[in-house]
Design a protein around this ligand. Structure first.
Ligand code: CP
Ligand code: NVA
Length: 310
């Protein structure tokens, strides 16, 4: 079998995702119990980042540390990539030193090219098109808070962006229903949505009406209106997205015990109000923590570290 990558959620089968989610919860408990588990001793993880990151970077670093391995962080600015060394050469050289590589970049083609040439597992730590690790750790949080995904109404409110794309693929793989409310012109990628819907076992719906998406929902999820790399569009986007703010009035339309997710960083007063972000229905801090536990399970899986015995 070839090297296993995680370039997008669709790289994993349903059974693998289910196993990862279950395993993340076990690894979270191990960490809370102080259970020593160091399967990555002697292994090195590289992080190659072209965009800023707080959570993804530090949670992968902490995850690898907890598994007993080493981490090398590389800003693309500091590598010979910056002076024109081809990606395919960089990929082959890094693979001689490292056991796994996490990439945060602009174009998805960079993730795909590194995966093609590297010979070690490549994980997408966010591209313009996908943020697969985020969707899986969000879903871990939803299961932790709400139980069976298939019994839930889950709403996405805002931009049809990278995180939304990964949620769409996850809904398709895991068979839960998802309603996205996005403004006209900011819908998720048409082909990605079509492909996900064609193999989905539950409805994945798109509307322009946030109230419709949120009505009776168990989970409300949102993200920034302007993603990294879109800074020039920020003021235009603020005007278009204003009706999509997750505020107290909007969340009243959901179930009274609905939880609110945001992958962070949050822009208070834009996509979410201070009141909701800091309110009792917000689960964003647990959501941020769970990135680390999900990443441990993902590293174990892709590097073949988990024998089924811990
Ligand atoms: N949620 C997330 O990916 O955050 P960072 O940009 O801080 O990594
Ligand atoms: N959609 C956001 C997610 C940040 C974690 C971005 O790409 O900037």
């Amino acid at each position: 079998m070839g090297v296993k990558h995680f370039r997008q959620v669709f790289d994993l089968e349903t059974s693998e995702i289910e196993a990862l989610l279950a395993r993340s919860a076990v690894l979270k408990q191990h960490a809370k119990d102080g259970f020593p588990y160091r399967p990555a001793l002697g292994k090195s993880l590289g992080l190659l980042f072209e965009k800023p990151s707080t959570r993804t970077r530090i949670s992968f670093e902490a995850a690898m540390f907890q598994l007993g391995g080493n981490v090398t962080f590389m800003s693309s600015r500091d590598l010979q990539l910056k002076r024109g060394e081809p990606l395919k050469d960089t990929a082959r050289v890094l693979a001689r030193y490292l056991d796994c590589l996490v990439v945060r970049t602009f174009s998805q083609s960079v993730v795909d090219e590194l995966a093609e040439w590297s010979g070690i597992p490549v994980i997408n730590g966010l591209s313009d098109t996908h943020h697969p690790c985020q969707a899986l750790s969000d879903i871990m949080t939803v299961i932790e808070k709400k139980g069976d995904l298939k019994a839930l109404k889950i709403a996405w409110v805002g931009d049809g962006n990278n995180v939304a794309h990964s949620w769409i693929q996850a809904a398709s793989r895991l068979g839960f229903s998802l309603t996205l409310a996005c403004p006209e012109g900011y819908f998720p990628d048409e082909n990605l949505l079509k492909e996900a819907k064609s193999v989905a076992r539950s409805p994945i719906e798109l509307t322009t009406d946030p109230a419709e998406a949120v009505s009776g929902a168990d989970v409300i999820n949102t993200d920034v209106w302007t993603s990294m790399g879109q800074e020039d569009e920020a003021s235009g986007r603020r005007a278009v997205f204003e009706p999509y703010q997750v505020n107290a009035e909007l969340i009243k339309k959901a179930k009274p015990d609905a939880v609110v997710l945001h992958c962070l960083p949050a822009h208070r007063g834009e996509e979410i109000t201070e009141e909701v972000l800091e309110g009792p229905q917000s689960v964003v801090w647990d959501q941020a923590e769970n990135k680390m536990h999900l990443h441990k399970a993902l590293l174990e899986h892709l590097m073949g570290l988990y024998s089924g015995i811990t």
